[in-house]
Design a protein around this ligand. Structure first.
Ligand SMILES: [Mg+2]
Length: 376
C-alpha cells in the first residue's frame, strides 16, 4: 500500500496541463417546460477536457454560454504547463475579479475548469472523487425534481407525474410554483400532496418568482401541505426579504443556486434565514470553492442540498457530513437521459443513489450519441 501511494505521488509531481478543449452540446426537449420565471426548449451542456503530459484527462462539466466559452479561452493560457493537482493555487490564479468579474458566467467558467481539475486529481490518486474529498457515505438520498409547467399539464397530469416519481423509488419530490396566480399554485400543491400521501417529502420551488410580501402569503397558504422546503421564494439579492419570510413561516427556506463563491454564501448565511443551501459547484466556483462553502455551512450547522448536475454533486453530498439530499433529474427531464453517458446514475431500492466507484467523477460521455448535437 505504501509502495502504491509512493508511486502515485512520484507520478503526480510530473503532471503538466498540455491542452484544454471545450465542447458544447444542445438538444431539444420533447416539449418546452417552464418554471416560475423561465421557459426551456433545449437541454444543453458544456464539457471541458483537460489533457496532461501523462495521458490522464480531466473532464469538467457545466452549463456554459458564449460568455463562459470566451472566459475559458482567456483562462487557458494561465493553465497550460501548470500542475493540475495544484487546485488551490490554480483557482486563485483564475480568480481575478478586476479582470473577469465576481459572479455569473465568468465564475461558471472557472467552475467547469475546476471540476475538470478535480476529476483529474481523483483519477491521478486512483480514487472516486467522493473518497478523495472526505468519504462520508456511499448512499446519497435523493429527491426527484419535476412538476414543471407545460402545455396541457393540468392538476391531474401534475399529480400523475409526481406519483410516477414515487413509483420510481423517490422518497422526496419537488414541484414548481410561482408562474400562476397564488390560489392556482396553492391548488397545485394541494393536488400533489393528496396524490403522494403524507409520507413523501414535498419540496416547492418558485425560482425567484415572488416578492417577499407574496412569498409570505404563499408560505402561509401551503403550510398545511407540509412542504419540506420553500426554494428560491424571492430574488437572490433580497437578503432582507429572506429574513422577513423566515420570521413568518415554519417552512424552511432553501436557496443558493444563484449564489457565487464563499463570499456570496457568507452574506447569505449572515441572513440567518436560510437553513438549507442549494450550492451548485458548476455555478459558484467549482469543487474547490464548494468545499469552502460546505465548511462555512458546517460552522453554522446548516445543510447542503446541491442544485443541478447530479453526476458531480452525488460525489459532493457523499463526501460531506452536512449533505442533506441530492437533486435528481429523471429521464422525463432530458431526452438523452441514459444515453449521453456510457453509464448513468440509477436510483437504488432505498431511494438513494451511489457515486460511481471508479477513479475521478466517472463522467464518460457517449460521443456517438452526443456528436449530432454539438453546437460549438
Ligand atoms: Mg431551483
Amino acid at each position: 500500500m505504501r509502495h502504491t501511494l509512493a508511486l502515485l505521488y512520484r507520478k503526480s509531481i510530473s503532471l503538466k496541463i498540455t491542452k484544454i478543449s471545450l465542447e458544447t452540446y444542445s438538444w431539444p426537449r420533447k416539449q418546452p417546460i417552464a418554471n416560475g420565471k423561465h421557459t426551456y426548449t433545449n437541454y444543453g451542456m458544456t464539457l471541458v477536457n483537460i489533457e496532461t503530459n501523462e495521458g490522464i484527462t480531466g473532464i469538467g462539466i457545466g452549463g456554459a454560454g458564449k460568455i463562459a466559452r470566451a472566459t475559458i479561452a482567456k483562462l487557458t493560457p494561465l493553465l497550460i504547463g501548470e500542475d493540475p493537482l495544484d487546485v488551490e493555487r490554480l483557482w486563485h490564479k483564475m480568480w481575478a475579479p478586476k479582470l473577469i468579474g465576481r459572479r455569473g458566467f465568468t465564475t461558471r467558467a472557472i467552475s467547469i475548469i475546476d471540476i475538470g481539475l478535480w476529476d483529474l486529481r481523483a483519477k491521478a490518486a486512483g480514487m472516486p472523487l467522493y473518497k478523495l474529498l472526505g468519504g462520508y457515505r456511499d448512499r446519497v438520498p435523493i429527491y426527484i425534481a419535476g412538476g414543471y409547467y407545460a402545455e396541457g399539464r393540468g392538476l391531474k397530469e401534475l399529480a400523475e407525474e409526481m406519483v410516477s416519481y414515487v413509483e420510481m423509488g423517490a422518497r422526496a419530490v419537488k414541484m414548481k410554483i410561482g408562474a400562476l396566480p397564488i390560489p392556482e399554485d396553492v391548488a397545485r400543491v394541494k393536488a400533489v400532496r393528496e396524490a403522494i400521501g403524507p409520507d413523501i417529502k414535498l419540496m416547492v420551488d418558485a425560482n425567484c418568482a415572488y416578492r417577499a410580501y407574496e412569498a409570505i402569503q404563499v408560505a402561509k397558504r401551503i403550510e398545511e401541505y407540509d412542504p419540506f422546503w420553500f426554494e428560491e421564494p424571492i430574488a437572490p439579492d433580497d437578503y432582507a426579504g429572506h429574513r422577513r419570510i423566515a420570521e413568518t413561516t415554519s417552512i424552511p427556506i432553501a436557496t443558493g443556486e444563484n449564489e457565487y463563491t464563499r463570499y456570496g454564501f457568507r452574506d447569505l448565511i449572515a441572513t440567518n434565514a436560510v437553513p438549507i443551501l442549494n450550492a451548485d459547484a458548476t455555478h459558484l466556483g467549482g469543487v474547490t470553492e464548494f468545499m469552502k462553502v460546505v465548511a462555512l455551512a458546517q460552522a453554522h450547522d446548516l445543510d447542503i442540498a446541491p442544485h443541478g448536475k447530479q453526476e458531480v454533486h452525488v460525489h459532493l453530498v457523499a463526501a460531506i457530513a452536512n449533505g442533506l439530499i441530492l437533486e435528481f433529474y429523471p429521464k422525463e427531464f432530458n431526452p438523452l437521459w441514459g444515453q449521453m453517458y456510457h453509464s448513468t446514475l440509477q436510483i437504488n431500492d432505498d431511494g438513494a443513489v451511489s457515486p460511481p466507484n471508479v477513479p475521478g467523477i466517472g463522467i464518460d460521455p457517449n460521443y456517438e450519441v452526443l456528436q449530432q448535437y454539438r453546437v460549438a
